[in-house]
Design a protein around this ligand. Structure first.
Ligand code: SAM
Length: 257
C-alpha cells in the first residue's frame, strides 16, 4: 500500500524507537488507552501488550487489512476521523481507571487534535505523542525562549509537558521532511484558579504580534494596572509577551478583569 501524504502517513519502522515509546507509557490492565492514527499497527501491537482496554481511531479504511487482525475483546479499531468523534461518549461506554492517549500523530492536524482532546473534557491522565520536533519545542517551551507562545501556555495550563527524546527521519517509511520527537503530557492535579476564557483571551492578545511589545499588543487593556503588576515581578513596560511566565499572566488576568 502506498502511504498517503495527505493523511500524514509516515509509518514508524524502527523497533528501538517503538520499544522506547512502549516503556514511556505507564498503563495498567485496568486503564483505557486511546490510540490516534494506528496506521499499520506498529504502536498498536506493543500497546496491546499492556493488557489495558485499547480503542484506536484510524481515518483510512485502506489500512483495515493491517488493523482488523489486531482486534480482540480488549482492542477495538474505529475507522473514523478523530476530529469528528464524540470522545466523551466513547469513553463513557468503557469502565477504566486511568485514561491515556497515545499516537504517532498526523502532523498536519497536531494542534487541532490536541484542542479536540482538551475540549472533550475527558479527564486525561497522560498522553504520549510523536510530533514534529519543532512543534515539540513550542509545546515544551519555557519563558524567555523564542519557542514560547500562546499554544505553550494553552497546553501547559492543563498539562506538564516534557520532551522525552528526538526521533530521526530514518525511523519512518516513507522518510518525512522533518525531525520528530516524543512528548509527554501529564495531567496537572491543580489547575490555576483563574477564569479560563479571560486568561486565554489575554494570552492570545499578548502574543498577537510576536515582534511587538506587550504594551503594543494590549492597547485595549488598562496599561496602568499591567505596568504595576509587571513592576511587582521586576519587569519593565517594554517587555514582550515571551518574557512573562504563567504566574504573571494569571496575576494580570485576575487584576485586569
Ligand atoms: N501509528 C502509525 C505508525 O506509527 O506507524 C501511523 C502514524 S502516521 C504518522 C499517522 C496516522 O494517522 C496515519 O495512519 C493516518 O492515516 C492517520 N490519520 C490521519 N488523519 C487522521 C484523522 N483525522 N483521524 C484519525 N486518523 C488519522
Amino acid at each position: 500500500m502506498k502511504a498517503k501524504k495527505s493523511l500524514g502517513q509516515n509509518f514508524l519502522i524502527d523497533k528501538n524507537v517503538i520499544n522506547r515509546i512502549a516503556t514511556s507509557i505507564n498503563a495498567q490492565p485496568s486503564d483505557l488507552i486511546i490510540e490516534i492514527g494506528p496506521g499499520k499497527g506498529a504502536l498498536t501491537k506493543i500497546l496491546k501488550e499492556k493488557k489495558a482496554s485499547l480503542v484506536c481511531f484510524e481515518i483510512d479504511r485502506d489500512l483495515k487489512h493491517y488493523l482488523d487482525v489486531l482486534q480482540d475483546e480488549k482492542t477495538k479499531i474505529i475507522y473514523d476521523d478523530i476530529l469528528q468523534v464524540d470522545l466523551l461518549k466513547v469513553v463513557s461506554q468503557i469502565q477504566y481507571n486511568n485514561l491515556l492517549i497515545v499516537g504517532n500523530l498526523p502532523y498536519y492536524i497536531t494542534t487541532a487534535i490536541l484542542k479536540h482532546l482538551i475540549d472533550a473534557n475527558l479527564d486525561i491522565n497522560e498522553m504520549i505523542f510523536m510530533v514534529q520536533d519543532e512543534v515539540a519545542n513550542r509545546f515544551t517551551a519555557q519563558p524567555q525562549s523564542r519557542d514560547y507562545g500562546s499554544i505553550t501556555l494553552y497546553l501547559q495550563y492543563y498539562f506538564k509537558v516534557t520532551k522525552l527524546f528526538k526521533v530521526g527521519k530514518n525511523c519512518f517509511n516513507p522518510i518525512p521532511k522533518v525531525e520528530s520527537a516524543i512528548i509527554k503530557f501529564e495531567k496537572r492535579e491543580n489547575l490555576p484558579g483563574v477564569d479560563k476564557q479571560k486568561y486565554f483571551r489575554l494570552v492570545n492578545d499578548s502574543f498577537k504580534m510576536k515582534r511587538k511589545t506587550l504594551k503594543n499588543n494590549l492597547k485595549d487593556y488598562d496599561f496602568k494596572i499591567i505596568s504595576r503588576i509587571l513592576k511587582e515581578f521586576g519587569l519593565n513596560d517594554n517587555v514582550r509577551a515571551e518574557e512573562l511566565s504563567e504566574e504573571v499572566f494569571i496575576k494580570l488576568t485576575k487584576e485586569l478583569m
